[in-house]
Design a protein around this ligand. Structure first.
Ligand code: GLU
Length: 306
């Protein structure tokens, strides 16, 4: 078994090198010196954790993985692919420039905000449930976390300060990429970002992706093998904002981050990993979290290209 305590002690001081996200005011109040690490090992079917593994924090951009998987489940792979591209972006995740570079009138990928709003807009009311109620239920199931819930305070904070996301959504509408009511899709998007998870829920999500779409805790398939592979590939190419390429080359581990300080990795057929540490680098990735993942990739031989 790997010595997670040692890895945590070594990396905890790195929390001083970053800044907690403050552009969403409710996120600025999070305590900085936290580091939680959880590994879901597929071989032993067991979780190993250390530090703040049960502390709840805002999922933010990692929700884009969940919504994408749910949209594929509800609308089908072809439809989702016809509405959002799989290209890398050279700009910040919320830059409107991402939309000016149009490829076949589709946002560049589902992990920039414009692409995520597009993905969210594809989810339709079903069985008397709103799109957000469906996303929440799916998130609880795929993260094996029935307590996963919406944080109203973060939602209001996102909504109040979300004018850049509103601009992106109205751009999509003005250019006929979204025909429906963007106000509803924006509300759903702000809510999905405001769901509270733990590093453990993220390790569970990573384990499902690593296990080809089958929940390892009950052996039931929740997403198709095709969806699991597709999302892991996207995490590899676009999961870490503008640092995606750098970390694909360095640690070779499909990973998605969020500005709430979360990181979720899926090492195919090996393990799922969830890390929580709020201080971020300039691109929006957790400083201590990325360093922990680098070490885990080396020590557990997780690089998919090795
Ligand atoms: N709610 C955040 C936003 O829309 C999510 C950003 C992120 O985690 O990358 O800006």
């Amino acid at each position: 078994m790997i010595n997670l305590e040692k890895i945590r002690n070594k990396n905890l001081p790195l929390t001083k090198n970053g800044h907690v996200a403050s552009y969403i005011p409710a996120l600025a109040r999070v305590k900085a010196d936290q580091l939680g690490i959880v590994i879901y090992d597929l071989d032993s079917n067991q979780l190993q954790s250390v530090g703040q593994s049960q502390v709840r924090f805002a999922i933010e951009s990692i929700s884009k993985v969940i919504t994408l998987l749910y949209a594929i489940k509800q609308r089908g792979f072809e439809e989702v692919n016809s509405r959002v591209n799989t290209r890398q972006s050279g700009f910040a995740f919320n830059s409107i420039l991402n939309l000016e570079i149009e490829h076949e009138k589709k946002p560049l990928n589902p992990f920039i905000n414009a692409g995520a709003i597009m993905t969210t807009s594809l989810i339709k009311p079903q069985d008397n449930l709103t799109p957000f109620e469906q996303i929440l239920a799916f998130a609880q199931e795929i993260c094996h976390d029935p307590e996963l819930s919406l944080d109203e305070e973060i939602f209001y904070s996102e909504d109040e300060t979300g004018d850049v996301d509103r601009s992106l959504a109205y751009y999509l509408k003005a250019h006929m990429m979204i025909q429906d009511n963007v106000t509803d899709s924006l509300r759903t998007y702000f809510k999905q970002c405001s769901m509270k998870v733990t590093a453990t829920s993220l390790a569970n999500l990573g384990a499902v992706l690593a296990n080809d779409g089958i929940k390892p805790w009950d052996n039931e398939r929740i997403i198709s093998s095709q969806a699991a592979t597709f999302v892991k590939s996207l995490m590899m190419t676009t999961g870490l904002y503008n640092e995606s390429g750098v970390y694909s080359a360095r640690m070779g581990l499909p990973t998605k981050s969020g500005v709430g300080g979360g990181l979720m990795s899926a090492a195919p057929h090996k393990c799922g990993i969830g890390v929580f540490s709020p201080p971020l680098d300039k691109d929006g990735n957790s400083v201590a979290g990325l360093s922990v993942l680098n070490e885990l990739s080396d020590e557990l031989n997780l690089d998919i290209f090795k």
